[in-house]
Design a protein around this ligand. Structure first.
Ligand code: MV4
Length: 447
């Protein structure tokens, strides 16, 4: 097992990783920017190294700075958390060359899944259902129109270097193809430095359901069931839950088997997530694969009662997984508490938290790095806490969530708590009647 892990991240996930390391008897190194001097991850780690100014590019995203911290502290593994360098194949490669274990899959795997056309092609070969489309990069508008007519309009244009919704365009008619292709290409070039694009059938009102998998160094892959992440705004998830209210035992069987096939065919090592779009008929299609631990991993931890960070570290250390797939034993729901004003176009609301009282009690978990007196810096992600509730049924889980949201006090900054209170009252949400477009029509006027 590792003796010392450096955590190349900040915020709640850095703390989350430190907690598991402590329980495993592993020493921890925190890295921090000058904006995070007073952060709890700095206090709770065994050692801490300042790696630069507030700007992410000069601190948490700087490979040389992180490697210098690895060097001076003699860490034997790096946990990248999520965001920042978590899906940076070059970073994983530098770690490998330096001889420090990157806790995650091999660089080639990250690279393969990071290129969406290659990822899709890999899944087709593995026998995982994908959305019908151009099967490879688009050459010109003419050939794209031929494919679009075959599969039927509307279609969606995506960037191969994209993901997470960046640079997508919906095309309704053949006449609009050329212009949209050119614009999408330009945008992709500007955002990712890669103008490769592809076209596929646009799935209307899909759900976003993802399967958590874990693979070990022997090639064994198991699934840990699903999370429903359909409640999103501009590709930012706000609520995640497991099981999905749309799930059936039969669908889980099929999606779980597909996710395992995906993992097995690429010899996936570590924790990963296979994202699917699921349509009204419960047909599902591979969308993307995330090669990191995700923000919403806690939902899975609660329903299967297992520490995913611990599993991740064990697999990275060469310890093989025991047992088979895991099915939810409870219902769990996570809401993201962001420093944003939902009633003012979700504008970021950094600043000093004057008072902070976390919800507590049976079935309530709060993962956060903030406390009364903490100042939310304006430089990073706006998420300041995750509130996770679990109960025997979805209905009880929502009731508990409402109780917990009512108990939460955060003063000094605006947060997404009032939005979550409104959502928990919404009849369609309560009935499990929602898809990825749900928030586009959600009424945010205070009643
Ligand atoms: C789609 C789609 C409909 N049809 N692909 C958005 C994020 C990126 N990973 C892919 N996305 C979508 N791809 C086809 N063929 C609709 C979306 C989409 C979406 C997906 C998941 C969660 C929220 C979403 C919001 C808008 C669009």
């Amino acid at each position: 097992m590792f003796g010392k892990i450096l955590i190349a991240n900040r915020g709640e996930i850095a703390l989350r990783i430190i907690r598991t390391c402590k329980e495993m008897g592993i020493k921890t190194v925190a890295v921090y920017s000058t904006a995070d001097r007073d952060s709890l991850h700095v206090r709770f780690a065994d050692e801490a190294v300042c790696i630069g100014p507030p700007s992410s590019t000069e601190s948490y995203l700087s490979i040389p700075k992180i490697m210098a911290a690895v060097e001076i502290t003699n860490a034997d593994a790096v946990h990248p958390g999520y965001g920042f360098l978590a899906e940076n194949a070059d970073f994983a490669e530098v770690c490998q060359e330096y001889g420090v274990k990157f806790i995650g899959p091999a660089p080639e795997m990250i690279r393969k899944m990071g290129d969406k056309v290659t990822a899709k092609d890999t899944m087709i070969k593995a026998g995982v259902p994908v959305v019908p489309g151009t099967g490879g990069l688009v050459k010109d508008a003419k050939s794209a129109i031929v494919v679009a007519k075959e599969i039927g309009f509307p279609v969606i244009i995506k960037a191969t270097a994209g993901g997470g919704g960046k640079g997508m365009r919906i095309v309704e008619r053949a006449e609009d193809m050329k212009e949209n292709l050119e614009l999408a290409q330009k945008e992709a070039k500007a955002s990712f430095g890669n103008d490769g694009i592809y076209v596929e059938k646009f799935i209307e009102e899909p759900r976003h359901i993802e399967i958590q998998i874990i693979g070990d160094q022997s090639g064994k892959v198991i699934h840990l069931s699903e999370r429903d992440c359909s409640i999103q705004r501009r590709h930012q998830k706000l609520v995640e839950e497991s099981p999905s209210p749309f799930m059936t035992d039969e669908l889980r069987e099929r999606m779980g088997a597909a996710a395992i096939k995906a993992g097995e065919c690429i010899k996936y090592e570590g924790v990963g997530t296979v994202e699917f779009l699921v349509d009204k008929n419960r047909d599902f299609y591979f969308m993307e694969m995330n090669t990191r631990i995700q923000v919403e991993h806690c939902v899975t931890e609660e329903v299967i009662d297992h520490d995913l960070i611990k599993e991740q570290i064990k697999v990275a250390a060469g310890i093989n997984i025991e047992g088979g797939n895991r099915i939810p034993m409870m219902h769990a729901m996570e809401v993201r508490i962001n420093a944003e004003d939902p009633f003012n176009d979700w504008r970021p609301s950094p600043g000093k938290i004057n008072s902070f009282h976390s919800a507590k009690g049976h079935g309530v978990r709060v993962d956060t790095h903030v406390y009364a007196g903490y100042s939310v810096p304006p430089y990073y992600d706006s998420m300041i806490a995750k509130l996770i509730c679990r109960a025997q049924t979805r209905e009880e889980c929502i009731t508990k969530m409402q109780r917990a949201l009512d108990e939460f006090i955060i003063e000094g900054i605006k947060t997404t708590i009032p939005f979550h209170k409104m959502l928990m009252k919404d009849e369609d949400f309560r009935a499990g009647n929602f898809h990825t477009g749900f928030l586009n029509t959600f009424d945010l006027t205070e009643k």
